[in-house]
Ligand binder design. Sequence first.
Ligand code: PMT
Length: 398
Amino acid sequence: MQSLQNKRILVGVTGGIAAYKAPDVVRRLRDLGAEVKVIMTRGACEFITPLTLQAVSGNRVHTELLDAEAEAAMGHIELARWGDAIVVAPATADALARFAVGRADDLLATVLCASDAPVLLAPAMNQAMWRDQANQTNLQRLAERGYRTVGPGEGAQACGDTGAGRMSEAAEIAQAVADCFASGILDGRHVVITAGPSLEALDPVRYLSNYSSGKMGFALATAAIEAGAKVTLIAGPVHLQADARAQRVDVVSAQDMLEAVMGVIDGADIFVGAAAVADFRPVTSESQKIKKTAAVQTLTLELEKTPDIIAAVSSLISPPVVVGFAAETHDLLEHANAKMQRKNLQMIVANDVSRDDIGFSSDSNEVIVLTRSEQVEMPKMSKDQLARELIKLIAQQV
Ligand code: PMT
């Protein structure tokens, strides 16, 4: 079963009797690990109250297009950027008609126009309305735009009719949302990813390291798994829970990381070096704590280079596709390009780590991806979203 761990799902509720099932849809999405925000149309509020959906989602419910409380009154754009996927349950015949022509006359329809996220529709209506040619034409138009549909099911309807038009069960809808993330573009591939920092010991209690949290590498692991890959995640010391479907190997130093990578790389299709490996380590690591004495005012450390893990992978006789990251504080593209050439990489992700709002430790990132033939700018987004975009690009290299 696909998980929705770390996914942000927007649930649109429109005005039909099946709106009474929307709280269960929200609950099932949360059971799969998603964070959920709800948008209700005016009609939906006639069937159930926003308070119910606020209680089950744990978030304020959005109902108004023009919302003075939303930052700069741009709530629709913020919501559109927030959602990793949008599910409309129930989607009435009227809602489908408005979406099909691209109306932007209420919050939900506007968010759909403003979002690039996958959209899943769970239609619910009377069986005659479902079969109606106008409705089928609307669905066809929406399918051509990439909208997916779950259901409707067949059976007894609230109006007394029997036939197709019942909204799918909540569990089925939640699973269909999760399936939106399963692209299959890396089906059957083995992806090895490094993440987090390395720690280079000075003595038993001190070390050299950096601010990497592992978030970027862990997000890439989940995105690769969702794309169908088998993933080995080699992680430096971080406080993150890995996707349960990844094969996780914990390491401490650059040397440990090198050995772990070399132990699994044979036959791998893709290697992604997202780890912030220390470039230098102490020449000697003292077996006892280095003591501070009154006489000692300064301490000089002698450092040596650590093994270059990614260069070792790209030097293999049959290397996988090798993707690196370049963490830079200045001359981003120049340094990233030089690293791509020097380390013989197919792709490098140039990461400006001089900014506080992206890069090390933050939940967001903004990067420029360089390949041998192109440059792709990726605007600021969550590391989870970015990971999915990067996996799409990486899959094109295999
Ligand atoms: O972990 P987060 O908090 O989410 O932050 C993400 C990140 C900023 C750590 C990540 O996105 C990133 O930029 N990782 C690469 C950091 C880095 O070490 O960059 P570099 O320019 O020093 O190294 C270039 C490449 O060589 C990297 O792919 C690195 O993994 C690899 N390398 C470096 C040194 C070494 N001894 N062995 C290596 O394999």
